[in-house]
Design a protein around this ligand. Structure first.
Ligand code: B4P
Length: 200
């Protein structure tokens, strides 16, 4: 009798996800969990920019004063970083801290489309302003980040409100924004995020 072997093919969808929220909302914190669970490449524009500063590159020297003032780095600089990341990725990406302007969001759609991809969803962490300030001042005690001080935090929140918050409406119009309560236990927030992504 002929022996039959069967191969089980498991289909793992390629996901590209944005994690969105105000400064201090917990994007970096929840990113660790999401990349681990879904096997994604983690691209944090904040981390990439801080690495340029730490390495004292020409770009790093240019952007340090911008970040220390609590302002956004120019779109062309971060878009170049993201373009490179997408070109080299085959796993799906978690975009952390990007897009931060509507122009960045429009460009992300185009860059993904160039590679035959489209955004799965945008996880929108919602945290009240007083809690954001409390967390960043708390983080300041250990982070060594020169932008974690009261004056810069105020500027960062103002930049968020005027330039970044409109990105939420951009994704809501596409039906891709998923609001998540970012207050409370970190693991409980991760569980809410997983439920939202699994339902997509
Ligand atoms: P980012 O590095 O993106 O950082 P962030 O917004 O400050 O913080 P995040 O939301 O990741 O908070 P975290 O998890 O650490 O940006 C820094 C700067 O880079 C920007 O101001 C800008 O200048 C520049 N930049 C970055 N991307 C850019 C772009 N696309 N365009 C232009 N400029 C760009 O959480 C904060 C704290 O809260 C932590 O200490 C954490 O432990 C704590 N925390 C988290 N979850 C909690 C919870 N549930 N309860 C209590 N505490 C919690």
């Amino acid at each position: 009798m002929e022996a039959h072997t069967s191969t089980l093919t498991v289909y793992i969808p390629m996901r590209d996800i944005v994690i969105f929220g105000a400064p201090g909302a917990g994007k970096g914190t929840q990113s660790d969990y999401i990349v681990e669970r879904y096997g994604l490449t983690h691209i944090s524009t904040g981390d990439l920019l801080r690495k340029e500063i730490a390495d004292k590159t020409e770009l790093g020297i240019r952007i340090k004063s911008i970040m220390d003032a609590g302002q956004l780095v120019s779109d062309d600089i971060v878009i170049t970083m993201i373009d490179n990341a997408i070109a080299h990725d085959t796993h799906g990406i978690l975009f952390d801290g990007f897009p931060r302007t509507v122009a960045q969001a429009e460009t992300l759609d185009k860059l993904l489309a160039n590679h035959g991809r489209s955004l799965t969803c945008m996880i929108q962490l919602e945290v009240p302003r007083e809690e954001l300030i409390r967390r960043m001042l708390e983080r300041a005690k250990v982070s060594g980040r020169s932008d974690d001080n009261e004056e810069t935090i105020k500027h960062r929140l103002a930049e968020y409100e005027s330039k970044t918050f409109p990105v939420a409406a951009y994704y809501a119009k596409q039906g891709k924004a998923i609001p998540i309560n970012g207050l409370g236990d970190i693991k409980a927030i991760s569980a809410s995020i997983a439920r939202a992504i699994d339902a997509k």
